[in-house]
Design a protein around this ligand. Structure first.
Ligand SMILES: Nc1ncnc2c1ncn2[C@@H]1O[C@H](COP(=O)(O)OP(=O)(O)OP(=O)(O)O)[C@@H](O)[C@H]1O
Ligand code: NI
Length: 328
């Protein structure tokens, strides 16, 4: 067996996204291109952080994977889920399949706002037990032990199981939501801004808990504004700008090593307080009125006339004027 074959056998692809685009049909025949031509793979045990400014299409991408896009959305491309059963194209599957076999069972969702995800009038124990009955078909006599095991997997303290969501701190509510997301043993976990609104200490703890779910063999797609959280737990980073992935890099080379190669990816990193603390100048473009060429060009110090032509994404970066390596 060649070395290449060994490496391939070791990687279990859980999700394979190819040329995924989402547009919203608006009044007057207008379109909003929220996600354009996104491709990436995600393997078991791997955490991919999807980062980028507000409005760049991160949550729309997540909704597309969950089959939760609104009626005015048009999609193209594919997103094949391999983990947890026969391969299924998440964009082509019907709602019945998605509801009965995919959401919760093959894709777990760690919500942005646990308060909105937890049922206010029921205790954490009751909600976990109900989800266990539904997703894991746990028999009644085993429910108590299974509920406690599920809480422990997300480091939710057993002494708080009989509390209602409003009696929990933000961090414990997040753990309760994570425990619920893990019940179905889904091979893919999707976390959309799981650390928003938490203080730094809780951000770190929540991120570490998510990392543990990946170390247990799940694939984790973490959508975040928080580059520090991404640096803490991600194996790879996908930087999105105006609906496109403009750079896809190993976290070690993105945050250290060679550093980002796309000027926008570099700019995001330089905006961090612990780096240059210089924000990327200007504003992101309107997704209803994108230029034909590079959408970042109007904000880019390296732009030339060549940027009027769309730079192709080569699997790693899409830019005509890459930053020099090693400046991170
Ligand atoms: N149902 C919809 N109809 C029309 N446009 C929409 C719809 N849903 C989202 N959009 C637009 O799609 C774009 C991408 O939104 P999205 O929520 O994915 O951004 P995001 O990257 O998740 O931002 P944030 O970091 O603020 O959560 C935005 O311009 C948004 O206004
Ligand atoms: Ni979002």
């Amino acid at each position: 067996m060649t070395e290449g074959a060994v490496t391939e056998a070791a990687v279990t692809t859980v999700l394979s996204v190819r040329g995924l685009s989402v547009r919203f049909r608006m009044r007057g025949g207008r379109h909003i291109a929220a996600v354009t031509d996104v491709s990436f793979d995600l393997a078991a045990g791997e955490c991919l952080a999807l980062v980028g400014e507000s409005g760049c299409g991160k949550s729309v991408l997540a909704s597309a994977l969950l089959g939760l896009l609104p009626g005015n959305a048009e999609t193209a491309g594919g997103a094949v889920l391999h983990g947890g059963g026969d391969p299924v194209d998440l964009l082509a599957a019907d709602e019945r399949t998605l509801a009965r076999t995919v959401r919760g069972r093959r894709i777990g969702l760690v919500p942005q706002s646990p308060a909105a995800h937890l049922t206010p009038v029921r205790t954490v124990r009751a909600q976990l037990a109900e989800t266990l009955r539904e997703l894991a078909r746990t028999p009644r006599r085993e429910l108590r032990a299974a509920t406690e095991a599920a809480a422990e997997r997300a480091a939710f303290p057993l002494g708080h199981l009989d509390r209602y969501p409003h009696e929990l701190s933000g961090g414990l509510a997040q753990r309760a939501a994570t425990a619920l997301a893990l019940v179905g043993d889904a091979p893919l976990l999707l976390a959309d801004e799981p650390t928003t609104g938490l203080d730094r200490d809780l951000v770190d703890r929540t991120a570490d808990e998510l990392r543990r779910t990946a170390d247990d063999g799940r694939a984790l797609l973490m959508i975040t504004h928080d580059l520090a959280a991404a640096e803490r737990i991600a194996d790879r980073v996908a930087v999105m700008y105006a609906g496109r992935v403009v750079e896809l890099a190993d976290a070690t080379s993105y945050f250290g090593g060679t550093g980002p190669r796309h000027p926008y990816a570099r700019g995001l990193l330089d905006a961090l307080p612990e780096r240059a603390f210089t924000p990327v100048p200007g504003m992101p473009p309107e997704l209803g009125d994108l230029p034909d060429g590079c959408a970042f060009a109007p904000r880019c110090a390296r732009a030339t006339g060549q940027c009027g032509t769309l730079p192709p994404f080569d699997g790693r970066v899409a830019c005509h004027h890459l930053e020099e390596p090693g400046r991170a």
